[in-house]
Design a protein around this ligand. Structure first.
Ligand SMILES: NC(=O)c1ccc[n+]([C@@H]2O[C@H](COP(=O)([O-])OP(=O)(O)OC[C@H]3O[C@@H](n4cnc5c(N)ncnc54)[C@H](O)[C@@H]3O)[C@@H](O)[C@H]2O)c1
Length: 328
């Protein structure tokens, strides 16, 4: 028999702040780069009948002694059922014995860890004097990534939001207008939203690229968040030939990330990828060497992000006597 702590998403919200999560996620990538963590092969498969994508991401953080997995994925039609499209649950185990330790709703963990890594991408790659951000995709990640990037890009004055459905873009603008200072506007045309911008955040589940190479000026940074599955695509592969590329995890990005397309087409090789984010945060040396470089950060989401946050959540929940204990 093992005692397992069960935590609902609502109980987890408020246990970790965005700033703490950014610090934890940077540390997780630095530890991984230095060989202290293991990332096991990712499962990511289509459940065609229900327009879902089911995945399992698992790993082990030796320094923090966190072992476990996150399972779930993306269900395209959940919105019509009043649910978020992204659904995640985590299970943690005692690394010393393999016995189950915790069961967590992981939608909030996914949200905050993805936001943190997006912000880390902008912090290390985007120009610090960036003034305009374009968000492609006005969903959960669009909002999430925008708020995260504003934390690390202090000079932003203008935000442009493009969505396939202009009504979604307008809705996001209306909501966020009250939350943020820079001016924010909905765009019905992707080209108009991208031309002349400084930072592009792509946050859609698209399978066909939206952002074209010829729209991208020198000095632009692109944070590619939406492509996390075979076939998903948001930006023109030709942009990769002009850019300095940083990925969260090389193997994941060439198989399920935005990078898969440029790599599969032979537009770039593995050697053309400048670095993994772990090496960037470990060395702390700037990726961008001048203001005219184009930079890409491709993130697919790595298990170490989920594990580090979940480990801290359990620690805090136990110290505050939160959650429900069950015997399994
Ligand atoms: N990299 C990561 O770690 C990570 C984490 C979470 C989610 N994701 C991925 O991010 C993507 C978005 O997730 P979400 O939860 O925000 O979804 P969502 O359904 O809440 O929002 C997606 C938005 O994109 C819009 N859209 C779809 N196709 C488009 C297109 N071709 N052009 C413009 N807009 C388009 C939709 O209308 C919708 O408003 C998914 O692919 C998801 O799997 C990645």
């Amino acid at each position: 028999m093992a005692e397992v702590i069960v935590l609902r998403d609502e109980e987890i919200e408020g246990l970790v702040t965005f700033e703490e999560t950014m610090e934890m996620v940077e540390k997780a990538f630095a530890d991984f780069y230095q060989g202290h963590s293991s990332v096991f092969p990712v499962v990511r498969e289509e459940i065609e009948k229900h327009q879902g994508i089911f995945g399992v991401k698992s790993g082990y953080l030796a320094k923090d002694e966190v072992l476990g997995f996150k399972a779930g994925g993306f269900w395209l039609n959940n919105g019509q059922k009043g649910l978020t499209n992204h659904q995640s649950t985590m299970v943690l185990f005692d690394p010393l014995t393999g016995r189950p330790k915790a069961l967590l709703g992981a939608n909030y963990i996914t949200k905050i860890r993805t936001a943190a890594l997006g912000a880390i991408g902008c912090k290390y790659l985007a120009r610090q004097d960036s003034k305009i951000i374009t968000v492609i995709g006005a969903g959960l990640q669009g909002r999430n990534q925008l708020l995260a990037s504003l934390n690390v890009l202090p000079s932003i004055e203008e935000i442009r939001v493009y969505d396939l459905n202009i009504e979604y873009a307008k809705m996001m603008v209306k909501e966020m207008n009250e939350e943020i200072e820079p001016s924010i506007q909905a765009f019905g045309d992707a080209e108009e939203a991208c031309r002349g911008t400084d930072v592009i955040l792509t946050t859609t589940p698209s399978y066909k690229f939206i952002v074209k190479n010829e729209w991208i000026n020198k000095g632009t940074h692109l944070n590619c968040i939406g492509s996390d599955t075979k076939g998903k695509q948001e930006i023109d592969p030709q942009i990769f030939t002009r850019a300095k590329i940083v990925v969260d995890n090389l193997e994941q990005c060439i198989t399920i990330g935005e990078t898969q397309h440029a790599y599969n087409l032979g537009v770039i090789d593995k050697e053309d990828i400048y670095a993994e984010i772990g090496s960037v945060v470990s060395t702390g040396s700037p990726v961008r060497t001048n203001s005219s470089e184009i930079t890409i950060f491709d993130t697919t989401g790595v298990t170490i992000q989920d594990l580090i946050v979940a480990g801290k959540v359990i620690e805090k929940a136990e110290s505050l006597s939160k959650g429900t204990k069950v015997i399994v």
